[in-house]
Design a protein around this ligand. Structure first.
Ligand SMILES: [Zn+2]
Length: 275
């Protein structure tokens, strides 16, 4: 089985759990096991909380990670269900049945596409549209809608970057990026159980936000949401490129935001990037 096909199968399961799954449905999710092993693990395994059994399945991108599929027994008027559960990695959290086979299968079949987990920090980059506001209990005045979420993993810690005044912040950020993804399954593997730092950028122009407006495109929204999060770091070039490759269109060239950051850095390199 090839990586692309398996990714599709798993993605479909994540979006749509299978109701009353057959043995064949179960086997399809577990190319690393024989049909007997799969059926035995799901139907005769140890049922834990929520009357569920779990099986570790091959990872898509990160060596040492595994995807976890869950079978829920029928319960009252709830039918039996096969669904994607979450992502794990060896040495972190509990082990799941058939982890060793899942790791081996990924290595044997698409090992050349796997990357080692060497990063020190995970960034969740939200690209938001200040011309399209969403409203909620915590932000009745509306906040820019998130139009793309990129998970980026970095080989340097952000504290370290904040002490480095040799170059504009977006350059430092840019060169520490090892890998990026917008795929929810791969994003989970990249996060590998670590809580990411969240960064917010304007999807109109690539600037960071001021508390109640974007200084790059002058689109405003009710203050509050970005009060503690405002940043003058512009969207780093690798992320600009990656967002474009994934279909995002900036209505104003993000180069302008990068130039503005550079100017701020030249004027006051110690504090320009943070309010
Ligand atoms: Zn903007």
């Amino acid at each position: 089985m090839y990586l692309k096909k398996y990714t599709e199968i798993l993605r479909r399961l994540k979006n749509n759990p299978i109701i009353n799954p057959t043995d064949e449905d179960m086997a399809r999710m577990c190319p690393h096991l024989t049909k007997e092993e799969v059926v035995n693990a799901f139907r005769n395994g140890i049922f834990g909380a929520f009357d569920s059994t779990y099986v570790a399945c091959p990872s898509l991108r990160v060596r040492g990670a595994f995807q976890i599929v869950c079978f829920e027994k029928a319960n009252g008027n709830q039918p039996a269900k096969l669904r994607w559960a979450f992502t794990g990695r060896i040495g972190y959290g509990p082990e799941y049945p058939h982890t060793a086979e899942a790791l081996k299968f990924a290595e044997d079949n698409w090992g050349k596409h796997l990357i080692d987990n060497t990063w020190l920090e995970v960034a969740e980059v939200r690209i938001m549209d200040p011309t399209d506001l969403v409203y909620g209990e915590l932000y009745p005045g509306g906040v820019p809608k998130t139009v793309m979420t990129v998970i980026a993993v970095m080989n340097k810690r952000s504290e370290k970057m904040s002490f480095d005044h040799s170059r504009p912040r977006n350059e430092l950020f840019d060169e520490t990026i090892i890998e990026m993804s917008v795929d929810p399954l791969i994003s989970e593997e990249l996060k590998s159980g670590r809580g990411p730092y969240t960064y917010y950028f304007c999807g109109f122009c690539g600037s960071g936000f001021e508390p109640s407006y974007c200084s790059g495109c002058d689109n405003g929204f009710e203050g509050g949401y970005f009060e503690d999060r405002a940043s003058r770091m512009a969207l780093p070039p690798k992320l600009v490129e990656f967002a474009r490759q994934n279909g995002h269109i900036f209505r104003k060239d993000p180069k302008i935001a990068l130039e503005k950051e550079l100017k701020g850095f030249r004027e006051n390199k110690y504090y320009y990037w943070r309010k």
